[in-house]
Structure formats: C-alpha cells, structure tokens
Design a protein around this ligand. Structure first.
Ligand SMILES: [Zn+2]
Length: 228
C-alpha cells in the first residue's frame, strides 16, 4: 500500500497528508508573497480533440462558418465547440464525435491518446508539443459539409504545464524547460518530462492525455506536485 495522502478509515489524516498540506500552504504563501497569486496547481486530462484552421473549417462545416461556443476550458480564451467531426485512420477505422476546440488555429491538428491511435489503426504517432506537427501522420476528417484529407497533424500531445511568467519565476523555470510531476494516490506515478509553456494569460495547469491520466489514476487523487 502506498502511504500517500488519503484519509484513513478512522477519518483522521496520515502523516504524508499533513506534510502535503503544509507544503501546499507554504507554497501558496510563498507564491502570494512573491507575486500576489497562489500557484495552485490544477492537473487535467485532455480527451482526444481537433483544432481546425479556417480553410478546413470552410470545407468541413461550410464557407465562412464559425465554431459554436459550448463551454469554456480552463485556459482563458479556449473553449470546447459544439462542432464535432469523424476521423478515419489508415486502416479505415474511425472515431466519430471528435470534439473541436476553439478558437481556430493556423493549422489543423488532431490530438489523440495512444489508445485512440491504435483504435484508428495507427501503429505509432509521435509525441509532440501542440503546433509542432511537421512529419507527423495525417488522417481523413469528415464533417457535415465535406471531407478534408490532413497530410499531417495527428499527434499524441506531450504532457505539459501552462504557467504565467510569475509562476515560472516562482518555480525557477523558463520556456522549454522540463519539470517533474509527481502524482500520489494508489498508483503513484512521476512524469519526468513535463514541458513548460509560459504565457502571460496562462493559469497554472498541467495537461496530460487520457492514457496518462488513467495510468496514474488522476481522478482518484488531488495529491500532485510539480518538481523542478
Ligand atoms: Zn495545454
């Protein structure tokens, strides 16, 4: 059994839980003192999704159409759209209801977990940071108004952390650095290559895919920690 931060059956909390809370409070305090905001960490699993460019939007949904806002995502300005497409893989297998995330991008891109990729008949898809798609596999995308053949753009998104410059200063990291993410709970997993992405508007937030989230039991724990 792991000695991770869970309440025991008597309802009290164990030592590691106390340590975790103390660490968290200390971290928040330091963060507040330094830059006025507590670097509270949120870790989220991103389900498979697509980003579309203007040109592909025209073909898939009709010329001049816009994405329809469905719900806000954690990072400001990003949203899940009502629009979905069907993706067809190299062996004619398909996944329908692939959600589109807005706003539109310069280039279309599909982000899959490895399990999704296998389901579609890909033998491998590269792990890339969002936007870095040259040389990646393509796929056929079917929308209600037309079909697009993506020459490239199918990736497994590399696990990454979004943060603003003050949070980066707090952790002592810069753009392009990698951090570790320790996940407690039953499995107890540490991800060693969490890419740091810095943006003035960002909120401190790790994005992993659904395979990674399932492997570490993300939904079962709030015990996580970013380590430089
Ligand atoms: Zn992200």
């Amino acid at each position: 059994m792991s000695s991770s931060a869970v309440a025991n059956s008597a309802g009290s909390i164990d030592r590691s839980m106390v340590e975790q809370i103390v660490r968290q409070v200390a971290l928040e305090y330091l963060g507040r003192e330094k830059n006025g905001t507590a670097p509270l960490l949120t870790v989220q699993a991103s389900s498979r999704h697509m980003h579309v460019c203007r040109e592909d939007m025209d073909v898939l949904f009709g010329p001049g159409t816009e994405l329809t806002y469905d719900r806000a995502l954690f990072q400001e300005g990003n949203f899940a759209a009502k629009e979905t497409v069907t993706i067809v893989g190299p062996r004619s297998r398909l996944i329908s209801n692939l959600r589109i995330l807005g706003p539109m991008r310069k280039r279309s891109q599909v982000e899959l977990a490895f399990t999704d990729a296998i389901m579609l008949g890909f033998t491998d898809i590269p792990v890339r940071l969002s936007g870095d798609i040259s040389g990646t596999p393509g796929a056929v995308i079917i929308g209600p108004k037309g079909v697009v053949e993506l020459k490239e753009g199918v990736i497994r998104a590399a696990i990454h952390v979004h943060m603003n410059p003050a949070e980066a200063a707090h952790f002592g990291v810069a753009k392009g650095d990698k951090m570790k993410l320790r996940i407690g709970g039953t499995a107890g997993v540490t991800f060693d290559n969490v890419h740091v992405r810095i943006d003035p508007k960002a909120r401190l937030n790790v994005h992993m895919d659904t395979d990674e989230a399932n492997a570490c039991g993300l939904h079962l724990t709030k015990d996580f920690e970013l380590i430089k």
